[in-house]
Write a protein that binds this ligand. Structure first.
Ligand SMILES: [Zn+2]
Length: 275
């Protein structure tokens, strides 16, 4: 069973084909592990078995599914150690057709699992400028006061409204306007206890099944409006009250719903009606 692990990985992700002579354990592995891939093309089985135990190091950025598979794999490998080598059958992951320009391109450009919040950013209904804002916010790359200090553009990293460092997560989750907004949506506790805005959005998506699919859309509108209110205060000396902010969110979403299909549009408008 562990022969496959003894062999040097191919240059890219590989998948094993089941054979009639496979042992039950081997069949189990083939049936369960589809996504694990080698960290480097030089990864060897021997390098993963040290001091009489397995230390399988794969891609540093594993998806949730890959983490589960790795955990199961480690449990199976726990009772086993490498044995003398016999030939194994391996093929490229994209086996049909066996080789094509498209498959080769996918293999060459494979960078492991996607960053999870990415799927909440690149949504058709969200306009391009807001997508870029969200991406920067999730990565904490906005020109907040804290970031401006780290770039030596400013000396004061604090929020003008609260005794806290002004980061993207502070503006979106914990600042004065954010507190009022999330409290109105009964999400204040979740917002204040989320370690990042992307974690907050993930928690909202996980627990909200009634409006499935539109959480990233309304979150994007809320976060962008909070950011614009912050900019109005900093650059225009204009204080946006909560009523104005909610009106902005509602207007923004109604406009964006025009880009959505009928079902999504209906859910967005229904969500706006509850504001
Ligand atoms: Zn603040």
């Amino acid at each position: 069973m562990t022969n496959w692990f003894r062999r040097r990985y191919l240059k890219h992700t590989v998948q094993l084909l089941p054979r009639s002579s496979d042992t039950p354990t081997w069949k189990l592995i083939i049936s369960q592990f589809n996504t694990l891939s080698a960290a480097t093309q030089d990864c060897t089985v021997d390098s993963q078995f040290t001091q009489n135990s397995w230390h399988v190091k794969l891609h540093p950025n594993l998806s949730y599914q890959a983490e589960l598979e790795l955990h199961s794999l480690m449990q199976i490998l726990h009772r086993l150690s490498p044995i003398p080598e016999i030939p194994d059958t391996r093929v490229l992951l994209h086996s049909v057709p066996k080789f094509s320009t498209s498959n080769a391109y996918q293999l060459l450009t494979y960078h492991g699992a996607l960053w999870k919040p990415a799927e909440y950013v690149w949504i058709h209904t969200i306009p391009q400028n807001c997508k870029i804002f969200l991406w920067l916010a999730f990565k904490d790359r906005l020109n907040t006061k804290a970031n401006m200090v780290s770039k030596c553009w400013s000396e004061d990293p604090h929020c003008p409204l609260c005794p806290a460092l002004e980061s993207a997560d502070h503006i979106i989750l914990r600042c004065k306007n954010a507190n009022s907004l999330w409290e109105k949506m009964n999400l204040l506790h979740l917002a204040n206890h989320s370690e990042s805005s992307s974690a907050f959005l993930q928690a909202v998506v996980d627990r909200n099944h009634s409006n499935r699919g539109i959480e990233p859309i309304w979150f994007a509108a809320c976060a962008y409006t909070l950011w614009k209110a912050r900019n109005n205060m900093i650059f225009e000396r204009q204080i946006d009250n909560m009523q104005f902010i909610i009106q902005q969110i509602s207007d923004t979403l109604k406009l964006r719903s025009m880009r959505a299909n009928e079902a999504t549009k209906e859910r967005i408008l229904s969500w706006c009606a509850g504001l």
